[in-house]
Design a protein around this ligand. Sequence first.
Ligand code: HAM
Length: 421
Amino acid sequence: MNMSEKNKTNAPKGTKDIFYPEIKKWQYLEDHIRHFFSQFLYREIRTPIFEHSELFQRGIGSETEMVQKEMYTFLDKADRSLTLRPENTASVVRAALENNLFNQMFPLRFFYIGPMFRYEKPQKGRQRQFHQMGIEVFGDDSAGVDAEVIYSAYRFLEILNIKDMKLKVNSVGCRECRPGFLSKLASEAEKHHDQLCPDCQRKVHTNPLRIFDCKKQTCIEISTHFPVMIENLCSGCGEHFDQLKTSLSNLAVTYTVDPRIVRGLDYYVRTAFEITSGQLGAQDAVLGGGRYDDLVKELGGPDVPGTGFAAGLERIILHLDDTPGKEKKIILVAYQNQAIETQAVKLAKTLWEKGLTAYINYNSRNMKKQFKRGDRIDAHFAFILGEDEVQNNTISIKNMESKEQFTIKNEELDQWLKKNL
Ligand code: HAM
């Protein structure tokens, strides 16, 4: 192809084209998601890729980094403010409310797979358009269902053979116990104001909990001595967290309690968790989630609790082997000259109608070229039609690997296919 470099338009920074053979991993992963989560009665939901910006401002929280710095927000031609979804929990809640699903569906369990958009600095495992799969469960405030959600998250990754996984759980309290804790935390952080990075200095006043998110070594060291939420929970949240730990142990899930898991979105209450993988480098969070009991109400709905998680598919793909799943065997249909092309196309059609994978190189006068193409598509067999074959109602078959070649009668085709494909 002769395209002048100057006139080339590249994909925007932080986005990626996905195609063969990497696409095989995506398809394998998507099949696994659909199959695995249907075991727990999750049903797929597809929501729009853009929503009214207000949904995310209200749902995720206007003080969060995500809303303040990372959203792709634009005005459409009618001056409406729209945002490419940075996550999908708020959208699922909006969709369930708008379609009256809270009254109609049972169980209220959804899973989704799709692209999300965040204006972040791209690096390994971090993109501006990335993909998530996630699950959301509504209508159950028990720690038992949180444990099931966490178990399913862990097991989902374990089946994919994700190595070096760590599950960290925490409780971020609720509307009752969090405000008191936050002022305690803020006054402690204020004492160390000058040692904190400028970002954390700002967080002291806007969202002190988020100081625990900072990756800077000095901030990590200073904040290890700060008060933590799990030691300041109200009795309801304390019991919920104890029950969560018991339920996780009943399911034989190995976890550590990490008070630094505070999550980057404001809707979380009580349970918060993350699964990291030691093989991912700086962006090591494969999956994160937690409980969001106030979100439905905050978005104008009834008092329905919710819990769930989302996983970053790019980060899972980085772990997957090259050729997951079995590929169908490919048949090259080759023909000696142009006069035989029609018979060759009919043979290919017969194969397609049997659900087989066949490739034909049109307008070709040259068998050698057809075989070269056969090698490039990794064909297992070549079905060859020459003048002799057409005249004698036969097909010559070449095993592309062993180079063995033999001839069968047309009426033997079905039997041969059954035996060999
Ligand atoms: P989150 O922690 O913001 O949670 O994202 C979940 C996962 O998405 C992360 O653990 C990470 O694997 C992946 N991810 C996030 N940003 C990027 C990026 N820029 N590039 C690649 N992967 C990324 C949520 O989104 C919540 N909605 C999860 C949830 C569902 N909580 C309850 N229900």
